[in-house]
Write a protein that binds this ligand. Structure first.
Ligand code: HEM
Length: 126
């Protein structure tokens, strides 16, 4: 009985897509695109990218249902001084969609990631 309940539970996307190793690779691909972007690339000129990628992997591990906790307060704090607008946020979302497509995320999984990101638009755009 218990086993049947466990086996019917959907696998977190974190495990489905290969865990931390794949995720780190996906995040690095995402930031390659971000740094190349005329709309948002300049924001990262003075950023320690190794540290940022580490933090972003933690954030996305949580979004994908993996073993991580990343508070909305921390996300708000990291972006408050940047005064981001909706166009800049949209650019990041577009680049993330392209990256997830290239990483062969199924459309419904990609959509659930984007839904989780969109839910935080109001604390990133200020
Ligand atoms: C698409 C939605 C976004 C998500 C999910 C996101 C997520 C994150 C995360 C998790 C961090 C690390 C926070 C920490 O160190 O504690 C971070 C930092 C940062 N984000 Fe975003 N971000 C988004 C959009 C943007 C956009 C649109 C920009 C700029 C145009 C931006 C610029 C930055 C910068 C510059 C940092 C580094 C701040 C520092 O120096 O510590 N982010 N972001």
């Amino acid at each position: 009985m218990t086993a049947a309940v466990y086996s019917s539970r959907p696998l977190p996307l974190f495990d489905k897509y290969g865990g931390i190793k794949t995720l780190r690779h996906v995040i690095m691909e995402f930031y390659d695109r971000v740094l190349d972007s005329d709309v948002i690339g300049h924001f990262f000129e003075d950023t320690d990218m190794v540290r940022l990628i580490d933090h972003q992997v933690k954030f996305f591990t949580m979004v994908l249902g993996g073993p991580s906790d990343f508070s909305d307060e921390r996300l708000a704090r990291a972006h408050a001084f940047l005064r981001l607008n909706h166009d800049q946020f949209d650019e990041a979302v577009t680049l993330l969609i392209i990256t997830l497509e290239e990483a062969n995320f199924a459309p419904e999984d990609r959509d659930s990631v984007i839904t989780a990101i969109e839910a935080r638009r109001g604390i990133i755009v200020t």
